[in-house]
Design a protein around this ligand. Structure first.
Ligand code: 13P
Length: 251
């Protein structure tokens, strides 16, 4: 049985002292709970090292929100997988829709990042999802298929055990418009089928597929009870310890 994974993508929020406060509240709120899921936080780069110290001896794991696809060199402003590992990251989010749209990351770039992260033993939270326009045109499955095919090009069966897929419909991100559990389930099932076709049924069965897009404590339980929804990638609601804990408890 797949273990659920709840990850918090802080995006560009929280300076160092705000990060310390949030992590302290989160870890103390979780300390007496019996959890059925893994918990990951993805603070901004500037808080990773401190976050790593604060989560020591807790169940919380650390991830970054982005990475570059080179080991080092003249790439001003970028951060390599080794640098992320050196500050305690176990995970990295790659291909978030904000990276795709605002920073123009293509499937090809995302694929390079996935490969480089895996090469350095980072686990990847690989994000995909359609825009509202694409959903209205009824091409959600085509979009998701292209993102999976091109984004995971050249990734072998063994490497898939270090990948989590996060399905985040762009129209549900930060809008308060959550996908219905059935809408999300349908796409998750389609993604699992794609993975089965590309790899095998055992890779598909073992794959964690998170849903992301306006997940809140009051809608988490229904979403997470769908057979192919194995966790959540949470934006806004992970910025308050109480609401993030509420989602974690729903898993
Ligand atoms: P919201 O939960 O704020 O909609 O953000 C979702 C998201 O983009 C997580 O990566």
């Amino acid at each position: 049985m797949r273990k659920k994974v709840i990850a918090g993508n802080w995006k560009m929020n929280n300076d160092l002292s705000e990060s310390q406060n949030l992590i302290t509240k989160l870890t103390s709120g979780l300390s007496n709970l019996k959890l059925n899921c893994d918990v990951i936080i993805c603070p901004p780069y500037t808080s990773l090292s401190e976050a790593n110290s604060l989560i020591k001896n807790t169940i919380v794991k650390l991830g970054a929100q982005n990475v570059y696809h080179e080991d080092n060199g003249a790439f001003t402003g970028e951060v390599s997988p080794q640098m992320l590992k050196s500050v305690g990251c176990e995970y990295v989010i790659i291909g978030h829709s904000e990276r795709r749209t605002i920073f123009k990351e293509s499937n090809e770039t995302i694929n390079k990042k996935v490969k480089k992260a895996l090469e350095h033993s980072l686990k990847v939270i690989f994000c995909i999802g359609e825009t509202l326009e694409e959903r209205e045109k009824n091409i959600t499955n085509d979009v998701v298929k292209k993102q999976v095919t091109e984004g995971l090009e050249g990734i072998d069966e063994k490497e898939m055990s270090n990948i989590i897929v996060a399905y985040e419909p762009v129209w549900a991100i930060g809008t308060g418009k959550v996908a219905t559990p059935q809408q999300a389930q349908d796409v998750h099932k389609f993604i699992r089928q794609l993975i089965e076709n590309k790899y095998s049924s055992s890779v598909a069965d073992d794959l964690t597929i998170q849903y992301g897009g306006s997940v809140k404590p009051d809608n988490a339980e229904e979403l997470l009870s769908q057979p192919d929804i194995d966790g959540a990638l949470v934006g806004g609601a992970c910025l308050k310890a109480e609401s993030f804990i509420g989602i974690i408890k729903a898993a």
